[in-house]
Design a binder for this molecule. Sequence first.
Ligand code: CA
Length: 250
Amino acid sequence: MLSLEITQTSSGSELNQKNRILLVEDEELIRDMIVVALEEEGYEVRTARDGRVAIDILQGTDPANPDFMPDLIVLDLMLPEINGLDICRLLRYQGNIVPILVISAKGSETDRVLGLEVGADDYLTKPFSIKEFIARTRALLRRQRYTAISSTPVQKFRDINLFPQECRVLVRGEEVNLSPKEFRLLELFMGYPRRVWSREQLIEQVWGPDFLGDTKTVDVHIRWLREKLEKDPSQPEYLITVRGFGYRFG
Ligand code: CA
């Protein structure tokens, strides 16, 4: 009984109090509204009102916020000093894998795609409901627990070497080119050898909770990955189909 209680308490605090969020937003009303909502959820929140301050905080050079390493960044795109897309690019270029939720009034499909292409993990168009915002925040923080474990300089499995921070993969000593989704999928698989993943779990981890396509997308990406990784894609040794469940690695 006692150990059960302790476990429940610690997993509760892991979900809430321990998660730190950096909110980068220049509009005061939106900033205040989000801060209130996140603090109600138990998250520790720091704010930056322009891109320069955000970069300073992230690089540990902001005197007001030393040593604040966020578990999630909520990032507006249109910002004074340095815009959100450039912040995203810079962080990913430096190998920082912190999840980024973009919030932007720029609602066009191009902006959304661009945001995701420079390394954002999810995208919400303003105005959004706070409920929706909190749901996305929770999902990204949940996802982060998987990627955090795999943030080592190199992951090896048999003759595959994956370099998470360089976004490179060597198969039998040869460099292979993977799309961002293929890379993320492989990184997830390699972090958990032999674990069986359902298609829905893979969609949530790799494409995000707001993905609108169907689970056939997973099968297509697995087929492409097999063509790039397997000696004989029709007799896969890495990406194994587990009938009725999904896929496993190894
Ligand atoms: Ca703005």
